[in-house]
Design a binder for this molecule. Structure first.
Ligand SMILES: *Cc1c(COP(=O)(O)O)cnc(C)c1O
Ligand code: SF4
Length: 335
């Protein structure tokens, strides 16, 4: 075989970048210049929820700084191993809203499709860290049940692909799914909730832009960045391509102690997002998932931050502070 034409070239670039993500705590500590004193706890916590972080995201961290806001989102810490009263395994009651495998129908007019369990990054605060993806994954019957459900309810106008991260699926499968959604006449919008354009901007390739640009549905891509330092030149380029395909770009963040719980951090994030063509959408209060108690910001402090943002930013750069209440028909707006 001629070098360079082997079957390896069939693997999209982003998949090989993803395959090289750091999963070993010792390697992450070495990459950011931190000592072995962090290692035993990181290894213990990684046994509860594995470490995973793409190298490009690690490159945006400050060297030798254990308080770096990007590192804090992915480094397993001893605190995760503590059982804290009030922090459980299904804090948002997702399992009760599942109408058929993979479909959450909690809100009027839109359904959330939990397309896949895989994520390119494992965020330590994630409420899905205990989510039973195997049961929730609709792959087995190739979407038939999910699509039948959506087709059978004409009050549904929007499908939200969530996960996991829907963009961890192949473009072939995503294109197929989008074509089948296109054919459901009462659907108007397709929304993607994804962190991949932020943590692995290589994911925004021509194949993705092809199916995203081809659908008759109006598209919105809701990315997930928590700190301005996550948005570097490669991310800005990826976001510009998504926008050029016709998608509205929005961002959701989680309010996290030690990451973005200051007026300065939240303002810098909103301004950097807008520079990149993205509007802030939601700022989520942390879901009370076991292992994430050290990220909690109290409601009173969150409200003070929002009041300060409202004073210092134009309204369109202020995200809406929300909290999920198990079993409630919508997200609770705190501001
Ligand atoms: C957040 C969420 C949505 C989308 O809510 P919007 O207010 O439209 O952004 C839909 N379904 C579920 C289950 C959700 O958690
Ligand atoms: S990318 Fe989203 S779903 Fe995946 S671990 Fe992070 S917060 Fe959770």
């Amino acid at each position: 075989m001629i070098p360079g034409t082997s079957v390896l070239r069939q693997v999209p670039v982003w998949q090989s970048v993803l395959a090289r993500a750091i999963t070993d705590p010792a390697e992450l500590l070495a990459a950011v210049g931190l000592g072995d004193e962090w290692l035993p706890a990181a290894q213990a916590a990684a046994r509860l929820f594995p470490l995973r972080v793409p190298r490009g995201f690690v490159a945006r961290m400050r060297h030798g700084d254990p308080r770096d806001p990007l590192l804090r989102q992915v480094l397993p810490l001893a605190e995760e191993c503590l059982a804290i009263e009030g922090f459980g395994a299904d804090p948002v009651g997702d399992l009760f809203a599942m109408v058929v495998p993979g479909v959450l129908h909690k809100y009027h007019g839109r359904v959330l499709l939990t397309a896949t369990g895989a994520c390119a990054v494992h965020c330590r605060y994630c409420f899905r860290r205990h989510f039973p993806y195997a049961e929730a994954n609709p792959v087995v019957d190739q979407w038939r049940q999910a699509l039948d459900y959506i087709a059978g309810d004409d009050s549904i106008t929007e499908v939200i692909l969530s996960g996991g991260d829907p963009l961890s699926m192949s473009d072939r499968r995503l294109a197929e799914l989008t074509t089948r959604l296109d054919a459901i006449p009462h659907l108007r919008r397709l929304r993607l909730h994804t962190r991949l354009p932020i943590v692995l901007p290589e994911r925004v390739n021509d194949e993705l832009l092809d199916w995203l640009g081809a659908t008759r549905l109006k598209t919105a891509v809701v990315v997930h960045a928590n700190h301005a330092n996550e948005i570097d030149a490669s991310v800005i380029t990826a976001l510009a391509s998504l926008k050029a395909s016709g998608a509205e770009l929005l961002n959701q963040s989680v309010l996290l102690r030690g990451v973005n719980d200051s007026t300065e951090a939240l303002m810098a994030l909103s301004e950097k997002l807008f520079d990149a063509g993205v509007l802030p959408y939601y700022l989520h209060m942390l879901d009370k998932v076991q292992g994430a108690a050290h990220f909690v910001v109290e409601v009173a402090a969150a409200r003070r931050l929002m009041a300060e943002l409202n004073r210092q930013l134009p309204g369109y750069l202020v995200p809406r502070l929300v909290r999920e209440i198990p079993g409630a028909p919508g997200k609770l707006w705190l501001t």
